[in-house]
Design a protein around this ligand. Structure first.
Ligand code: KG4
Ligand code: ZN
Length: 344
């Protein structure tokens, strides 16, 4: 029997329409991502109805590009894996319906996947690195989530904590808007912070001692207060700030506060729970300051995805699909989407 698995992954949970074919859970044959950033930028965030309509318009072409770039037909696939949640209901439905149609038409198993576990599995897609070794401590930081998760084995997740208010990426997006920088906010803050002094403003760090939870809303409010003090006439977020604001220092000091808490809490959790290695994943893991700080401060090996696998993609969905396929999972063709699906 041929032991190679070839999984088609489909992802439409938020504002990227994506499809990919992955071999053996590690080797990317193709990965197509149609980003909707330009559609949502005028709103300063993801507009759900616009997102689902764009998914509907793009999904067929994205899937056929993924198959043709991988040089495989449906008949040489082993399964179709798709994001069931968490995410925007109207967007998830588009991907799940596409996956159901393909699974039914080609008599392939259908595998529903959790978007958050998929971010962790992006770390299995780095072929020139050894596979991550359990027990693993995972930090998932994206636009919608900041989660600390312990993995003792494949597909096993113990959720230690998460954000109580804004997700890390959401904080980047909101502060970027406040400072008159573009959308998405993460890359804009990172660029603005270059040349800024991370110690210029002493922004608060919410350590929340005794829990593995995060909170970023106090930090966001502190930046807002500082901006109002520096520019009393400004209605933050409504008018762009004047060039007199020390944008680079504000951005660098904000970024330093987020990075401090994310790295500090993850390293303490890893230490206390005897994790062997760290996984850092999700859109915010693209942040160079976060990556550098993890690599500099951690005593155990840290896995961070290559930049193109930090933000949403379907290769990570197929990577989980491979594991779920091997574990014997086979979902019914009438599965629903799960917009609020927690990781554990
Ligand atoms: O994982 P992702 O693509 O989508 C979600 O599942 O949410 O993450 C998107 C988030 C956005 O909030 C974006 O601002 C943030 O990731 N992000 C960054 C960077 N690149 C993207 N945050 C900080 N620094 C970056 N370089
Ligand atoms: Zn994501």
């Amino acid at each position: 029997m041929d032991e190679t698995t070839r999984i088609l992954g489909i992802e439409t949970s938020c504002d990227e329409t994506a499809a990919a074919v992955v071999e053996n859970g590690r080797h990317i044959l193709s990965s197509i991502v149609a980003s909707q950033i330009e559609l949502h930028a005028p709103y300063g965030g993801v507009f759900p109805e616009v997102a689902s309509r764009a998914h509907i318009e793009r999904i067929e072409s994205v899937v056929s590009q993924a198959l043709s770039q991988a040089h495989v037909g449906l008949d040489s696939l082993d399964a179709v894996a798709v994001t069931r949640g968490p995410g925007l209901a109207g967007s998830l439905v588009v991907g799940v319906n596409m996956a159901k149609g393909l699974a039914m038409g080609a008599s392939l198993p259908l595998l529903g996947v959790n978007h958050l576990e998929a971010h962790l599995y992006s770390l299995w897609l780095i072929e020139d690195e050894a596979e991550p070794e359990f027990p693993l401590l995972g930090l998932i930081v994206s636009g919608g989530h900041s989660e600390l998760v312990l993995m003792r084995d494949h597909l096993s997740y113990e959720r230690l904590g998460g954000t109580l208010d804004d997700a890390a990426g959401e904080a980047f997006d909101k502060v970027a808007r406040l400072l008159g920088l573009g959308y998405p906010g993460g890359p804009a803050i990172e660029a603005a912070a270059e040349g800024g002094d991370p110690a210029a403003f002493d922004f608060p760090r919410a350590w929340l001692e005794g829990s593995w939870d995060f909170s970023f809303s106090g930090l966001k409010t502190a930046v807002l207060r500082e901006v109002r003090e520096l520019e009393p006439d400004l209605e933050a977020g409504v008018e762009p700030p004047t060039s007199d604001l020390p944008i680079a220092d504000l951005a660098a000091s904000f970024q330093a506060a987020v990075v401090d808490v994310l790295v500090g809490k993850t390293l303490s959790a890893a230490d206390e729970l005897d994790a062997r290695q760290l996984l850092v994943a999700g859109g915010v893991s693209a942040n160079r300051s976060l990556r550098t700080s993890f690599l500099a401060r951690s005593k155990i090996p840290v896995h961070v995805p290559p930049i193109q696998l930090c933000t949403d993609n379907a290769a990570m969905i197929a990577a989980v699909g491979h594991r779920r396929f091997l574990s014997g999972q086979r979902d019914a063709l009438d599965i629903d989407v799960l917009p609020n699906w927690p990781i554990a």
